[in-house]
Every structure is written in C-alpha cells, then in structure tokens.
Design a protein around this ligand. Structure first.
Ligand SMILES: CC(C)(COP(=O)(O)OP(=O)(O)OC[C@H]1O[C@@H](n2cnc3c(N)ncnc32)[C@H](O)[C@@H]1OP(=O)(O)O)[C@@H](O)C(=O)NCCC(=O)NCCS
Length: 176
C-alpha cells in the first residue's frame, strides 16, 4: 500500500516538474524552476563541494518555506546543475546563495540563475539587489561584475574571521 502511494507520488512529482519545466527533456537547455524538497540531496552535494562552510539541509528547507524567499534550481538533462537562493523584501533583494556544479561551470548557468533572480526581484518590487562574496571568489566576482554589480564596501574578516567579504550592489530598476 505504502509503496503504491510512493509510486503515485513520484509520478505526480514528475508531472508537476514537467509542467514547471517543459524543456527538461532537452539536454542543452537548462530549465530554471522553483527548488523543492526533492532537489535537496543534489543541491547539498553541490553546496558541500562549493563552500568551506556549506549550508545545511535546514537552511534550504527554510528558504523553500519562507514567505519572501525564492530559491530556484537549474535542471539540465534531468539533473540539478545549480541553484540560487534569492530573498526579496520591499525595495531590496539579496542573493543569499548561488552555486553551479563544478563540471557545469562556465557554460552560462550561473548567469541564467542570476537573470531569473533579477526577473523575480523586479516582479516583487525590488529596486536594488545586494550580495556579499568572498574576496577570493574570482569566478563569482567575475559573474557579478559581468552582470553590472558594483563593489560598495568590504566587511573585514567576515568569513571564518579571516577572509573579507566584498559587498556588491546593482540597481535593478534601471536594468529594464
Ligand atoms: C560563481 C559561479 C556560480 C558562476 O557560475 P557559472 O555557471 O560558472 O557562470 P557562467 O558560465 O554563467 O558565467 C557568466 C559570467 O561570469 C563570469 N565568470 C564565470 N566564470 C568565471 C571565472 N572562472 N573567472 C572570471 N569570471 C568568470 C564571466 O564574465 C562569465 O561570462 P562569459 O562566459 O561571457 O565570460 C560558479 O563559479 C560557482 O558555483 N562557484 C562556486 C560557488 C560560489 O563561489 N558561489 C558564489 C557565492 S557568493
């Protein structure tokens, strides 16, 4: 009985994902869709291999359920290739977390996730998007600069009390 219910739930999940991600059968087109609890094993693998202090499952569960949080995954050929956690409240949006699987980096997925975040933040009424990034994360800083973010400050020794955080911002209202 329980296994029949599981099969039925899995089928329903697949149908729901297909509706959210009609292009998911195309191997070349990443689909950006809302993160669900079923994505978390894959998301956590990427998270652990991307950050020295990775977020735990509870962090992502919180983002999935929080009213002003908008976590998205990029799905490529049925696999999670990356994700972004956006928070948007009144006029300010923040990127809380973003990562792309190591073997998928450099193919435009980070940019797609950020562009989705711009669209959603604008739709929710945000005017500015902010984030903080490790000073040593050259690929991330490169991505943000390529999108038009500017450095607006430094938080000294913010990460593990020894690495600076670079604060970056972009006025998204002017982007449209
Ligand atoms: C940062 C990260 C999300 C970028 O994702 P990605 O899918 O590789 O990025 P994209 O392929 O979309 O690249 C978009 C732009 O970012 C910049 N960029 C990407 N990789 C870069 C690198 N290694 N060095 C410098 N700039 C880079 C480029 O301007 C690039 O545009 P281009 O391809 O036209 O030159 C990815 O490197 C990652 O997951 N890093 C580990 C986690 C992390 O540091 N997250 C940021 C937390 S603040």
């Amino acid at each position: 009985m329980l296994s029949m219910l599981k099969v039925r739930l899995n089928r329903l999940q697949r149908i729901a994902l297909y509706i959210l991600c009609p292009a998911m059968n195309s191997p070349e087109t990443p689909c950006i869709r809302p993160m669900t609890e079923a994505d978390l094993d894959a998301v956590l693998l990427i998270e652990k291999s991307s950050f020295p202090l990775p977020w735990k499952r509870e962090h992502f569960l919180h983002e999935i359920g929080a009213p002003h949080s908008y976590p998205f995954v990029a799905e490529l050929d049925g696999k999670i290739a990356g994700y972004v956690c956006l928070m948007s409240l009144f006029e300010e949006a923040q990127i809380l977390d973003i990562a792309v699987a190591a073997d998928q980096r450099g193919s435009g997925i980070g940019r797609l996730l950020m562009e989705k975040s711009f669209d959603v933040a604008l739709e929710k009424g945000a005017e500015v998007m902010a984030l903080e990034v490790r000073e040593s994360s050259a690929p991330a800083i490169g991505l943000y600069q390529a999108l038009g973010f500017k450095r607006v400050g430094i938080r000294a020794n913010y990460y593990e009390s020894r690495e600076n955080a670079v604060l970056m911002e972009i006025t998204i209202k002017e982007k449209t």
